[in-house]
Design a binder for this molecule. Structure first.
Ligand code: F6R
Length: 269
């Protein structure tokens, strides 16, 4: 699969930003980077550990990875995956669950061992949620950390379901995996999937910023005019818990942003 090149690239305070002709080209390039990273991590340390996202943005990335696998160029036999989030409460069998999404777009289509494909469990009892979140972070740590985290960006700047919050920066950078309340913008954006805002779960489990920001590589994908403001606030505004995407600046050049021209429209240059 020849990886498309960006039509423009920026360096914003040490963070590389790649702007592609369109989202399809960006997703192909992301899939190629992930495939390459898996091959080199497996060659180097015998396994690869991926943090994965759901939502509309990464669907073509998973398609690209499945094609690599079907073409015999990529195996998931030595890969573990940790998804960012799941609605709460949510059965893994529910058609709206992120577990179902991952089964449909990736897990059932590649040679990933079922017991290495982790998605936060939306059936954990309320009283065990905090301990479960701490275990999720420990499992990632015990694997030697994430080789790569794939991220989308919410219109409100959220990463995973780390929503805009009134927290000091130090706390915001070290959040554990935990239960959260969804932000009104997130609920509005999920309304289409659930047949109306009233049916969207109000809560979720999300990987925390601590695990996300410790990943050795982070790819952030954002496409379309509706993401332009969140992209520019994340990359050029103050680093603040009010714009969780801005917290990625603490990871410096370990992060690469991959955008289409519409999502990049409010960036300088
Ligand atoms: C999904 C996730 C969210 C999405 C974000 C963008 O696992 O954690 O942060 O990445 O809401 O969603 P889309 O891609 O649907 O615009």
């Amino acid at each position: 699969m020849p990886a498309p090149s960006p039509s423009r690239s920026l360096d914003l305070d040490g963070t590389p930003v790649l702007i592609f002709d369109d989202s399809a080209a960006a997703c192909l390039a992301a899939a190629e980077q992930i495939a390459e990273l898996v091959r080199s991590a497996v060659a180097r340390r015998g396994k690869a550990v991926l943090g994965l996202a759901t939502g509309g943005t990464p669907v073509p990335v998973y398609k690209g990875l499945v094609e690599e696998h079907q073409g015999g160029r990529l195996s998931f036999a030595e890969v573990s995956t940790y998804n960012l989030d799941e609605y709460y409460p949510m059965s893994p069998l529910d058609p709206q669950s992120y577990r179902t999404y991952m089964d449909r777009h990736l897990f059932s289509l590649v040679d990933l061992a079922p017991n290495r494909a982790h998605v936060p469990d939306g059936t954990v009892p309320e009283s065990d949620l905090e301990a479960y979140g701490a275990s999720y972070d420990r499992w990632i740590e015990a694997e030697g950390g994430l080789d790569l985290q794939l991220l989308g960006l919410g219109r409100n700047g959220h990463i995973g379901f780390n929503e805009p919050a009134d927290l000091d920066l130090d706390t915001a950078l070290k959040l554990p995996t935990r239960p959260v309340s969804l932000h009104p913008t997130t609920i509005a954006d999920a309304a289409g999937d659930f047949g109306g805002e009233a049916h969207v779960p109000r809560r979720a489990l999300t990987m925390g910023t601590a695990s996300i920001l410790s990943a050795r590589r982070i790819l952030v994908l954002a496409f379309g005019a509706k993401k332009a403001e969140a992209v520019s606030r994340s990359l050029t505004g103050p680093m603040t818990a009010q714009v969780p995407g801005s917290l990625l600046r603490s990871a410096g050049s370990r992060v690469t942003w991959m955008l289409d021209p519409a999502a990049a429209a409010q960036l300088p240059g």
